[in-house]
Design a protein around this ligand. Structure first.
Ligand code: SF4
Ligand code: SF4
Length: 102
C-alpha cells in the first residue's frame, strides 16, 4: 500500500498477492526463462509497460499476512510504520494498471 493516502483508495490489491516482473518474452532468453517458470508450475502473467512493451512475470496469489480489513471494508497494513522497503518503494505502475496510486 502506498504512503500517499490521498490517491491510494486502500483497495488492498497490491498486498493480496505478489508480482515479480521478469523479462521481455520475445527474446530467446526471455522465452527460456518463461519456459523454466512454467516447468516449475509457477503462474506466469503478461503485463504491458508504459512504453507498450509486453513483459512477463510470476504472480503469487498469497496475500501478505499483515494485510487487514477495517470495518468499512478498506484495507490497511498492520505494520505500516515498519513495512519492508519493497512496500515503501511500490509505485503501482506495472503491477496493477487500475491502481489509483501513480
Ligand atoms: S493497489 Fe494501489 S490503490 Fe490499491 S491499495 Fe495498493 S496502492 Fe492503494
Ligand atoms: S507489509 Fe503491509 S504494505 Fe507490505 S505487503 Fe504486507 S500489508 Fe502490504
Amino acid at each position: 500500500m502506498s504512503q500517499n493516502k490521498k490517491i491510494c483508495n486502500q483497495c488492498g490489491k497490491c498486498c493480496e498477492g505478489a508480482f515479480f516482473l521478469i523479462d521481455d518474452a520475445y527474446t530467446e532468453g526471455g522465452l527460456d526463462h518463461l519456459e523454466w517458470a512454467r516447468n516449475h508450475g509457477l503462474k506466469t502473467v503478461f503485463r504491458e509497460n508504459s512504453e507498450g512493451k509486453r513483459l512477463w512475470g510470476i504472480e503469487l496469489d498469497t496475500p501478505c499476512k499483515y494485510l487487514q480489513k477495517s470495518a468499512d471494508g478498506k484495507s490497511f497494513c498492520a505494520i505500516y510504520e515498519n513495512r519492508p522497503k519493497m512496500c515503501r518503494i511500490y509505485t503501482g505502475e506495472k503491477e496493477f494498471p487500475d491502481c489509483g496510486y501513480k
